[in-house]
Every structure is written in structure tokens, then in C-alpha cells.
Design a protein around this ligand. Structure first.
Ligand SMILES: NC(=O)c1ccc[n+]([C@@H]2O[C@H](COP(=O)([O-])OP(=O)(O)OC[C@H]3O[C@@H](n4cnc5c(N)ncnc54)[C@H](O)[C@@H]3O)[C@@H](O)[C@H]2O)c1
Ligand SMILES: O=C(O)C1=N[C@H](C(=O)O)CCC1
Length: 269
């Protein structure tokens, strides 16, 4: 069986370290590069030693061009500006780019779509099987109910998360809007505060809780007169996101250029 070289970006991060460990442990993948931002103290060090364990023989670098040239895939859970730059370089190197980064603007997404004309991009705000299944259920429930049912999405994450609503909440919101046959941008109502007036019929509300070490929790609430449906996903371990990303690396090998998501990878479309 073929073995694939993977570069992990943002390798000192919460997800980066998890991803690097899982790639190293995988039977069909090997870690061929580890990237951090220029000036990060880990750059120039052996990754294993930097993570507090045994040497891995992989040096942390800040040179994506050189790293991508040796790779089959890059797994990227970093920040939007870095992800856009990596998308352009991954397209030049024709490597599979698995993107978990959230908080991407419309302009970032446009640039990633341009890069995906030349390379395979798999992007999802959440790489877990459970959340991706939940998006399909949310779409179905929203399609079955009319706007007498108010849709509210509540998410909770750790106190270091920098973007809101979470990528997952936006995926769930998109699924609900699609089920309703409306554009999310037209009905999205984020984080109410003050004298907001009564809820507008048909809106989809978003609310973000930040605290402690919460890995990720999402609720989609359908509320009508006298009854409520609540769909909920709880992530208690980041390895589930990493497992999805590794699946995407293998799935993307040999695929034609284009932008894909985890529903493609998991066969849920
Ligand atoms: N899609 C999913 O399933 C999923 C799951 C978890 C987290 N995320 C997302 O992944 C991203 C990272 O999350 P985290 O908790 O690991 O954050 P983190 O802050 O712990 O890690 C981000 C890392 O990226 C590094 N970085 C920044 N700029 C860089 C550059 N130019 N080159 C290389 N590295 C760079 C930072 O130094 C840092 O180590 C966030 O957007 C988060 O929302 C997505
Ligand atoms: O820890 C994070 O940050 C997470 N980000 C993703 C999101 O924005 O939905 C997935 C869950 C964890």
C-alpha cells in the first residue's frame, strides 16, 4: 500500500500537535514537514523534542514552499491569513490541502476557491463524523418545518477560541437555511444585545459561549408554540477532528482539482 507524506501547519497549536501525533502513528502516512509561523520559538527545533517527547527527526520550519514540494498533503488548522497563503502554495505544489481553519471571510473563501482550480481542497469547519451527520439531520428537520419554528444555534468552546460564531455553528446554520430554502446571509441574527425588538420570523439566531477548556458543543433548537426539538453534538476530545482530517488526506489522493467537504469524504452526500 502506498505511503503518503503529510505536512502539518501550525504544529505547536492545540490541533497541530494532535495532528502531528496522529500522522506519526498512522500506518499509511508519514510526517514529512512541520510548519510554524516565522519567529515562533519551535522553528529550527526537532518537533518531537519541542513537544516534550523523543526526537522525531522532523525539524519545525517556517518555509512552506520547501515543505510542500516534498509532500502529498498538507493539514492546516491555523489562522485565516496563513490558510489563504498556504492554499496558493498548495495549488502550485499540487498537494491535497485539508483545511480546518475557521473564521474565514468571504474574500478568503474566494481566494481558496481560486486555488482549488489547481489542487484538491477539503475544507470543513468541523471534521467529525457526528457533526457532519448532524448537518444532514438539521437540513432535513428544517425542510420539514415551517417558519412557525424558530431556529436558534448555540455553541460553546474553550476560552482561547478567537472566532465566533464557530465554523460548526455556521455549517449548521447553512444546513438549516438550505433546508428552509433561504440564504443564510438574509436571515442570520448574531448575538442579540439590548432592546432588540421581537424576534423576526424566519431568522436563524447564533449565540456563542466561551469558557474553560470546552472542546466544542453545539445545539440546534427548533422552537414552536408548545414544543421544542433540540439537536445536540458534544465533542469531548480533539482527536475526533484530527481523525477526520487524516481521512480527508487519504480520500483526496488521486481526486481531480476542486473544493470538497467532509460530506464528500464521509460519503454523506
Ligand atoms: N475543522 C475542525 O474540525 C476544527 C477543529 C478544531 C479547531 N479548528 C480550527 O482550527 C484553527 C486552529 O485551532 P487551534 O485550537 O489549534 O488554535 P491554536 O491557536 O492552538 O493553533 C494555531 C497555530 O497556528 C500557528 N500559525 C499561525 N500563523 C501561522 C503561519 N503563518 N504559519 C504556520 N503556523 C501558523 C500558530 O502559531 C498556532 O500554533 C482554528 O481556526 C479553529 O477554529 C477546526
Ligand atoms: O477549538 C476550536 O476552535 C474549534 N473550532 C471548530 C469550530 O469553529 O467549529 C470546531 C470545534 C473546535
Amino acid at each position: 500500500m502506498e505511503d503518503y507524506g503529510v505536512v502539518v501547519t501550525g504544529v505547536s497549536g492545540r490541533m497541530g500537535q494532535m495532528l502531528a501525533r496522529q500522522v506519526v502513528a498512522h500506518e499509511r502516512l508519514h510526517l514529512c514537514g512541520a510548519l510554524e509561523r516565522t519567529g515562533h520559538p519551535w522553528v529550527g527545533q526537532d518537533l518531537g523534542l519541542a513537544m516534550g517527547g523523543a526526537a522525531l527527526g522532523v525539524m519545525v520550519s517556517d518555509d512552506p514552499l520547501e515543505a510542500f514540494a516534498r509532500a502529498h498533503a498538507v493539514i492546516d488548522f491555523t489562522v485565516p491569513a496563513a490558510t489563504v497563503a498556504f492554499a496558493e502554495l498548495a495549488a502550485q505544489a499540487r498537494v491535497v490541502h485539508v483545511i480546518g481553519t475557521t473564521g474565514l471571510s468571504d474574500d478568503d473563501l474566494h481566494k481558496i476557491a481560486l486555488a482549488a482550480r489547481h489542487s484538491v481542497v477539503v475544507r470543513a469547519g468541523n471534521m467529525s463524523l457526528g457533526v457532519n451527520l448532524l448537518t444532514t439531520v438539521t437540513r432535513q428537520v428544517a425542510a420539514a418545518l415551517d417558519a412557525d419554528w424558530d431556529i436558534e444555534i448555540v455553541e460553546a468552546h474553550h476560552n482561547q477560541k478567537v472566532d465566533a460564531p464557530s465554523g460548526t455553528a455556521l455549517m449548521l446554520g447553512e444546513a438549516a437555511a438550505e433546508g428552509r430554502g433561504v440564504a443564510l446571509a438574509d436571515v442570520s441574527d448574531r448575538g442579540r444585545d439590548g432592546i432588540t425588538g421581537a424576534r423576526k420570523r424566519g431568522d436563524i439566531g447564533f449565540h456563542a459561549i466561551r469558557g474553560g477548556d470546552i472542546v466544542g458543543e453545539h445545539e440546534v433548537i427548533f422552537a414552536a408554540a408548545g414544543e421544542r426539538i433540540v439537536l445536540k453534538h458534544i465533542a469531548s476530545d480533539r482527536t475526533l477532528f484530527a481523525r477526520g482530517a487524516l481521512k480527508a488526506v487519504l480520500w483526496g489522493q488521486g481526486k481531480g482539482p476542486g473544493e470538497y467537504d467532509m460530506l464528500d469524504v464521509l460519503g454523506l452526500k
